[in-house]
Design a protein around this ligand. Sequence first.
Ligand code: NAP
Ligand code: 3JN
Length: 339
Amino acid sequence: MGKLWNIAVVGATGAVGEQMIECLEERNFPVGNIKYLASSRSAGQILEFSGKPVMVEELKHDSFEGIDIALFSAGGDRSREFCPSAAKAGAVCIDNSSAWRMDPDVPLVVPEVNSHVIAQYRKKGIIANPNCSTIQMMVALKPLHDYAAIKRIVVSTYQAVSGTGKKAIDELSKQVGELLNGRPAEVKVYPHQIAFNCLPQIDSFESNGYTREEMKMVFETRKIMETEIGVTATTVRVPVFYGHSESVNIETGRKITVAKAMELLKNAPGVELVDDVANGVYPMPLDATGQDLTLVGRIREDESIENGLNLWVVADNIRKGAATNAVQIAEILIGKYLK
Ligand code: NAP
Ligand code: 3JN
């Protein structure tokens, strides 16, 4: 038997943490000991790993002795505070939050796109997972960029409530129930009712009028693509439970026909081309849920400019947008870098 690795899941009781545990199981990751960490509220709770009980422990600075890889999804404040302690104890941190993404000494990784930067984990012992909306857009655009040099991206997102965690999944269910029963919907998680509505606000507003989520897409895209591509984003929360959708318009340095784009995407890692409009076939969040590919369809030339293309890109935000991406990085780490 090969080496087994000791893993800590920080935020194990959350939507992303639970999915990371499931991904480790599904992908038969060679786990030795596993540790589940969360807040004091969850300490003592019993979860499972591969059918065996695991007790949740409170996240502390000394939680990481003997841990090889720490998968973080407990929010940016916890990542900022605890990743350095984990790294000091010898663990490599793979962080789902925005805390370290733009740190020049932390690689920001989508395995299908830029796995070569993982080697830079040695600088701080931390690797960052991009934002879910960035990840799926990068998987879809990298093969087109390599062929035709993308100059500008205009993206509008349609993001599922699971991106806000368990409390938002509960809020959408509850509001639908309340409204269908003729009662007013209680609004707690979002600034407005999300059931039967769309909110053109994800995260808080910045001084330039964009939201933090929109600016994450701008800065993360440039870091991952290693070039100053123009990116402008509008991010919208929609009443969907799982699966983020994106309308993506690109302007390229040279012509890329629909047929060429389809050929490139058909052979691209992590992509499934779902484009047969004559038969009503295109990507939808219901199809993306529960699997790890980024679905791309509705590919059309943008007839308003010389070299432009429109695409519709859909992925499971909790899996490829967070948990699966992190576990894929862990697989590359143990396959190529850790001894
Ligand atoms: P969630 O369902 O609300 O879960 C939050 C998790 O964080 C829970 O396990 C919670 O533990 C834990 N936590 C909260 N406060 C803590 C504390 N003081 N100490 C220790 N653990 C604490 O949220 P989620 O959807 O899983 O998201 C978690 C984080 O992952 C987000 O804040 C974000 O940074 C990141 N995320 C990234 C992406 C992405 O785009 N890559 C997508 C979604 C989320 P308790 O159950 O004990 O409260
Ligand atoms: O809203 C979504 O669909 C994705 C949300 C991601 C998220 C939620 C809370 C905090 C993040 C993130 O990954 O950028 C963060 C954060 O760490 O800033």
